[in-house]
Design a protein around this ligand. Structure first.
Ligand code: PLP
Length: 393
């Protein structure tokens, strides 16, 4: 049997594939250190687990509305009001099975065959695939290293055509950890407004911001920016709830209603128990969120200093998220490899360190190192990479 054409161009998530390979090697008894993870290494805070458990004991184990529980929508509305100063109605919020699923649903309802979506590189691996699955065409705009991997208004202007439907802004960014400032967002946003381009603002790393850096949502810049923006967020990274699968979108009522209709025929609703956990995540104490942020920041500062000592490695210091995105082009050459992909393979097989090659994110000279693991493992891994690069020399 032939499969549908839509899967022809589909590439499986490379980040999940490398993590799986590292796990397999580990199960064979090899001392692999995995730096591929895209999830916090802390358990979900106890109060959230308790609230979810309580909800099941109380009998809240049935279907909910397709767009999510009204109580959870209320908690999200309060969060957006408090954190961003934005006001949304319940009909402008949809909860889905993680931000990934929310994005998938969004592209399904806004894209027609041939519509273009601007994706700045380096990008999160699922954006291009989701756009293609919805019949859209990803248009890549290079966030240059010298501009902290961010795109400029000039670049955006020249990428827009009469087919451009949307742009994805992911700040703080996976994989680069960079953050767009308010002024940068305003400049990009103006162009989007002028050309009627929807801004898909993926703010999943909002709570993981370091030093003097600040997260600003493009929607909070002005009411007209809010009109042109759909915010994507969730509890996965902020509350260490990746396995619970709860994310949301906040935006135009018509888009949200269409997304809810689609969800009603695909998933029915996000898992009821997880929604009760997420209500507690937003309404309960936020101390664990800040504690986790501080732990990430401490690791970042220590590991960054060690990483840049590796010969040939250049690294912009990340401002948020939990990834380092060093340029390893020269280091790969020093170690005798033709390219960074080859180095990454050898690192896994010979140095027993799993990292994700930048080619997965559209910038093949880099590697992505996740510091969502213990400081001890991180230090050991960076030492291994260091001596691997030097020894091969
Ligand atoms: N957006 C970005 C940039 C991410 O890195 C991730 C997860 O890795 C997601 C969205 C999806 O998060 P979730 O589906 O767990 O809410």
């Amino acid at each position: 049997m032939n499969l549908a054409h839509r899967v022809d161009a589909l590439t499986p998530s490379s980040t999940l594939a490398i993590t799986a390979k590292a796990k397999e090697l580990k199960s064979q008894g090899l001392d692999i250190i995995g730096l591929g993870a895209g999830e916090p290494d802390f358990n979900t805070p106890e109060n959230i687990i308790e609230a979810a458990y309580r909800s099941m004991r109380e009998g809240f184990t049935k279907y909910t509305p397709a767009a999510g529980l009204p109580e959870l929508k209320k908690a999200i509305i309060t969060k957006l009001e408090q954190d961003q100063g934005l006001t949304y109605k319940p009909s402008e919020i949809i909860i889905g099975n993680g931000a990934k699923h929310v994005l998938y649903t969004l592209f399904q309802v806004i894209l027609n065959e041939g519509d273009e979506v601007i994706i700045p590189t380096p990008y999160w691996v699922s954006y291009p695939e989701q756009v293609k699955l919805a019949g859209g065409i990803p248009v890549y705009v290079e966030g240059k290293e010298e501009n902290d991997y961010k795109i400029t208004p000039e670049q955006l202007n020249s990428a827009i055509t009469n087919k451009t439907k949307a742009i994805i802004i992911n700040s703080p960014s996976n994989p680069t950890g960079m953050i767009y400032s308010e002024a940068e967002l305003a400049a990009l946003g103006e162009i989007c407004l002028e050309h009627n381009v929807l801004i898909v603002s993926d703010e999943i790393y909002e709570k993981l911001v370091y030093g003097e850096n600040k997260h600003v949502s493009v929607a909070q810049i002005s009411p007209s920016f809010k009109d042109f923006t759909i915010i994507i967020n969730g509890v996965s990274k902020s509350h260490s709830m990746t396995g619970w699968r709860i994310g949301y979108a906040a935006g135009h009522e018509r888009i949200v209603a269409a997304m809810a209709d689609l969800a009603s025929h695909s998933t029915s609703n996000p898992t009821t128990t997880s929604q009760y956990g997420a209500i507690e995540a937003y309404n309960g104490p936020q101390t664990a969120v800040e504690e986790m942020r501080q732990a990430f920041e401490e690791r970042l500062n220590i590991i960054y200093d060690k990483l840049v000592e590796i010969p040939g490695v250049e690294c912009k210091k990340p401002q948020g998220a939990f990834y380092l995105y060093p340029n390893f082009k020269e280091a790969a050459q020093i170690a005798g490899f033709e390219n960074v992909d080859q180095l990454v393979e050898a690192l896994l097989e010979e140095a027993l360190v799993a990292v994700i090659p930048g080619s997965s994110f559209g910038s093949p000279d880099n590697i992505r190192i996740s510091y969502a693991t213990s400081l001890e493992a991180l230090e050991k891994a960076v030492d291994r990479i260091h001596s691997f690069v030097e020894k091969k020399n």
